[in-house]
Design a protein around this ligand. Structure first.
Ligand code: 13P
Length: 336
């Protein structure tokens, strides 16, 4: 367990965060299609090579989350990506769930699958060089959603996954995401986020998961995308911190947010607002608060690259810029 606590500590090292690049081939292809990029395995490999060879990335990024396809791929010169990552001083991790599927009997809700055979897959990923894993559950809000059935099933699966990770020597990133789709208010998102996190930590406790070796990857508390009141970063920070203070045990190693579809700048501004509040010694947080963004880190870079080698360096500069912004936000020192 000591190794796991140490790995979690390195993943949360100041002033760094995590770079999520674990989009499934389907999701990656959708984003490629929007950017006019060819949707092939080789395009995905080239794009991931661009990310992983960005000069200076390790100054701001402690760990990268890979997809099963990516962890098996190599740089054009034959160097395995996992070696490239560890040579740069970055920790490799892998998404191990097999996706969110319709929850039977509950229209509009999802259950994340992937527990069958997980012990063996975790063993294989560890042998490949992964030192942490990720599992994402999604919770939709609506008139009568989420149901307890959806929350409980997903919390149970997250805890079973986390316990298996700890057996396999991997830090577990526990990601319960309350989605932004809908017209719900900030207060409604806060209530749902607290309800979901309470259920998740209850199940982590039941399954004997050591909290000082997990990283929570939650949503920020935000109103729905179509809610007509869009609050300031300050209000978002207050609601998010209040939710966590009420529900997240102090023993948890750290919190690394997903971006959930926010723009890169908004995600940085909001992360910054939270960390700025924690700067006063009287308000110090029990856990480090950092980033584990995919879209909010990668979005401008992907568009700039557009599949063309000639654009690689400009795309890398854009990626590094957002990583640097989020590193500053992690310290409460970001100015857009
Ligand atoms: P976003 O930051 O784009 O929400 O992605 C984070 C992630 O890892 C989703 O599972």
């Amino acid at each position: 367990m000591n190794n796991l606590v140490e790995t979690a500590r390195l993943m949360l090292a100041d002033p760094k965060g995590l770079l999520a690049m674990d989009e499934s081939p389907g999701t990656c292809n959708k984003r490629f299609a929007q950017a006019g990029i060819e949707q092939t395995e080789e395009s995905r490999r080239r794009y991931r090579e661009l990310i992983l060879t960005t000069p200076g990335l390790a100054d701001y990024v402690s760990g990268v989350i890979l997809h099963d396809e990516t962890i098996r791929q190599s740089r054009a010169d034959g160097t395995p990506f996992v070696k490239l990552i560890s040579d740069a001083g970055i920790i490799a991790g892998v998404k191990v769930d097999t996706g969110a599927k319709d929850l039977a009997g509950h229209t509009g809700e999802k259950i994340t699958e992937g527990l069958d055979g997980l012990r063996e897959r975790l063993r294989d990923y560890f042998a490949m060089g992964a030192r942490f894993a990720k599992w994402r559950a999604v919770i939709a809000l609506g008139d009568s959603l989420p149901t307890n059935a959806c929350i409980d099933a997903n919390a149970h699966a997250l805890a079973r996954y986390a316990a298996l990770c700890q057996d396999a020597g991997l830090v577990a990133i526990v990601e319960p995401e309350v989605l932004m789709e809908g017209d719900h208010s900030l207060a409604r998102c806060q209530r749902a986020t607290e309800q979901v996190l309470r259920a998740v930590f209850e199940q982590l406790y039941v399954q004997n998961v050591a909290l000082d070796a997990i990283i929570l990857k939650p949503n920020m508390v935000l109103p729905g995308l179509s809610c007509h009141v869009q609050p300031s970063a300050d209000k978002v920070a207050d609601a998010t911190i209040q939710a966590f203070r009420r529900v997240v045990p102090a023993a948890t190693a750290g919190i690394a947010f997903l971006s959930g579809g926010q723009s890169g700048e908004l995600a940085s501004v909001r992360l910054n607002a939270m960390n700025a509040k924690f700067k006063a010694p009287s308000a110090a947080a029990p856990w480090p608060l950092t980033f584990s963004f995919s879209r909010a880190l990668q979005h401008p870079a992907l568009g700039i690259w557009a599949g063309k080698d000639a654009n690689t360096e400009a795309a890398q500069r854009a990626l590094l810029h957002r990583a640097k912004c989020n590193s500053a936000a992690r310290r409460g020192q970001y100015a857009p």
